[in-house]
Structure formats: C-alpha cells, structure tokens
Ligand binder design. Structure first.
Ligand SMILES: NC(=O)c1ccc[n+]([C@@H]2O[C@H](COP(=O)([O-])OP(=O)(O)OC[C@H]3O[C@@H](n4cnc5c(N)ncnc54)[C@H](OP(=O)(O)O)[C@@H]3O)[C@@H](O)[C@H]2O)c1
Length: 312
C-alpha cells in the first residue's frame, strides 16, 4: 500500500501514518512535517549553532559493503532522514564499510544541504591518525568534517593536538571525544574538566541512566555539547517492553511509539544536544524522526516514564 503524503500534512496526521508504517505498510515518506511544524533543535554551546535533536548512527546498520539491495534500502533510509529535517550523521572507521556507504549514498540525496558530518579517529599514533582522518573525509565525500571525535579515548593525548591544529586550519569545525557502555567515565570526566572540547559522546537511555549524575551535569557546566549513543541500548529496550502497550498519557508529549518514548526521554534531558539512533529500516527512520517534533516530556513526566519503564 502506498500512503500519499499531502503537502499540508500536520503532525497528528503524520503520527497516524507512522502507525501504519509500524504496521508494515510500504512508504516513501517525503517532507512529512515541512509546512506544519519545526524540528526541535539545540545549540552547540561553543558556537551557538543549532542542530536537530535527532541525528543518526551508522554502526552495523551501514556496514553493508557493496550489497546493492542493502544500499538501495539505506538510500531510502537516508532520504527519509533528510526529508524530515535530519542533519547529523555519526560514523567511524571502526564501522567497516559504513563511512564509504554513507559517502556513496550521499551522492544520491538531493536535499542534504544541512548535513552535519561526524566521524572519529580510531587508531594509535599521530601519523596513522592523520592518514585515517584524511581517508574518512575522502570516503564520506566531505571537504570539511563538521565533527571529528576521538573514538573511545583511543590515544587521545596524541590525537588531540592534531585535532586542535585541524580546527584552526578549517579542516574540521568541532572537536569531540567518545565512549559508550559506561566505560572510562572517570578518565573522560578528567578530560572534560581540563581540555577544550566542543562535543562529548556517551551512552544514555532509560535502561542506563548513570550519566545523569556525572557526565551530563559536567557537560552542561563546561559548555560541551552532548551526543547520545545507544539510545535504544542497541535494541534491547524494545525487547524489555515487548507486548506492553504504550500508556495513554504518552499522547501528552506527542509520543506514538516505543521508539519515540525512548528517544523523547533522552532528548528531554536539558544537557542533551543530539541523540543518534541507528536503523537500517525506512519505517524505523520515519518513527525515529517523529521524535524530533512536537512536545517533549517535562521533569515530572520524565519521572513518570522512568517509573513506568521500571515497572514493565
Ligand atoms: N563509542 C562510540 O563512539 C559509540 C558506541 C556505540 C554507538 N555509537 C554510535 O551510536 C549509534 C547508535 O547506537 P547503536 O547503533 O549501538 O544502538 P541503538 O541506536 O541504541 O539501537 C540500534 C538498534 O535499534 C533498532 N531500531 C532503531 N530504530 C528503531 C525503531 N524505531 N523501532 C524499533 N527498533 C529500532 C535497530 O534495528 P533496525 O535496523 O531493525 O531498525 C538496531 O538494532 C551507533 O550507530 C554509532 O554511530 C558510538
């Protein structure tokens, strides 16, 4: 079944269509919100530049080599991302062919002007880092990388001076550092306290909230933008709520699916700048992008979400 998207489609209609999508209907969403509603954005503290709160990851999902069927599907995933106000794409040389796949597919996307390209350096030693970063930019097809991050703190003392120099030279626009799974938080916090960073990336989701008492307040205090990885705990959160109905009160913050529930929870933390869910599916991308529109839960509602999630 093909769903026709009217130009004046409003958010409520969109959410109905998303329900159809989730039920497995084929669709190529286009410009779903464009004329009715604005993507939620947050400022990068070091510059004031605003980016949409929903970005996308590419770990595993975009590591498809040259598989034509997978490439065609991911081309649609990427198109839905840009059609619905997406900008930030996070990759890494650690993710196999993902940087190359992103670069190839971006050539086919017509409305990618807002692209905010982010990748990482993930290797030991200075010269290896330089060569890896040059290769990442070539593969992703960008002359300037918006955000270059040090992946999992790897050889960070060596790479940070290169990143600072590249930023001065205009080869990259922002500097970041990443971790995940709750690893290396003590060392990361020490780096955040002493170094001049634009971004920090780590894991935060309803099943893993440890950073609420540590990294998130520190990032806010130091004026560092935050990228949130594993917002679905790599999909595990969906298994936790399998067979459970979404509560009626989620309508109060324009939430129509568990995916939106998890994303709106992460996004609504005041110290969060952008959340980067990964998907290989068109209807999941449409679902995820919907979390970047409408109302967000307030502090009281966030507590209710935590209580509900912990009770199911
Ligand atoms: N140290 C680091 O720097 C680091 C570490 C981890 C992650 N990251 C970054 O963060 C990104 C996100 O983390 P992640 O990929 O580990 O995990 P994630 O985004 O928490 O979860 C991805 C999983 O959720 C599923 N999914 C996505 N949207 C869905 C929806 N609306 N409904 C149901 N299922 C959905 C995906 O399956 P489908 O394909 O079937 O949709 C996939 O299996 C990564 O891709 C990467 O860019 C960075």
């Amino acid at each position: 079944m093909q769903i026709t998207i009217k130009k004046t489609l409003n958010r409520r209609q969109f959410i109905r269509d998303i329900s159809l999508l989730s039920a497995g209907f084929a669709l190529m969403p286009k410009n779903i919100f464009a004329e009715s509603s604005q993507t939620i954005t947050r400022p990068i503290p070091s510059s004031g530049e605003r980016i949409p709160v929903i970005g996308m990851g590419t770990s595993r999902t975009f590591d498809v080599g040259n598989d034509p069927a997978a490439m065609a599907q991911l081309g649609q995933v990427l198109q839905v991302f840009f059609d619905n106000g997406g900008a930030l794409i996070d990759s890494s040389p650690m993710y196999g062919s993902a940087e190359k796949v992103v670069g190839e597919l971006l050539k086919t996307i017509h409305n990618k002007k807002k692209l905010f390209a982010a990748t990482k350096v993930w290797i030991d030693e200075k010269q290896n880092g330089i060569e890896q970063m040059q290769e990442s930019m070539r593969l992703m097809g960008v002359a300037v990388m918006d955000l270059m991050q040090i992946h999992n703190l790897r050889d960070w003392k060596i790479h940070l001076p290169t990143l600072k120099q590249w930023k001065q030279e205009g080869k990259i626009r922002y500097i970041g550092i990443t971790t995940s799974h709750g690893r290396s938080h003590a060392e990361l916090m020490q780096i955040m306290r002493t170094e001049d960073l634009d971004f920090v990336q780590f894991t935060y989701n309803l099943g893993n909230r440890a950073v609420e008492d540590s990294l998130l307040p520190l990032a806010a205090d130091r004026g560092i933008a935050t990228l949130i990885n594993r917002p679905f705990q790599r999909g595990a959160l969906f298994r936790d709520v399998k067979g459970k109905a979404l509560p009626e009160w989620t309508k109060e913050f324009d939430c129509q699916s568990w995916g939106q529930f998890f994303l709106k929870f992460a996004v609504s933390h005041p110290a969060v700048t952008c959340v980067i869910p990964a998907t290989s599916k068109v209807h999941h991308m449409a679902d995820n992008m919907a979390a970047g529109f409408g109302r967000l839960p307030d502090a009281e509602m966030r507590n209710r979400m935590i209580r509900y999630f912990e009770s199911v």
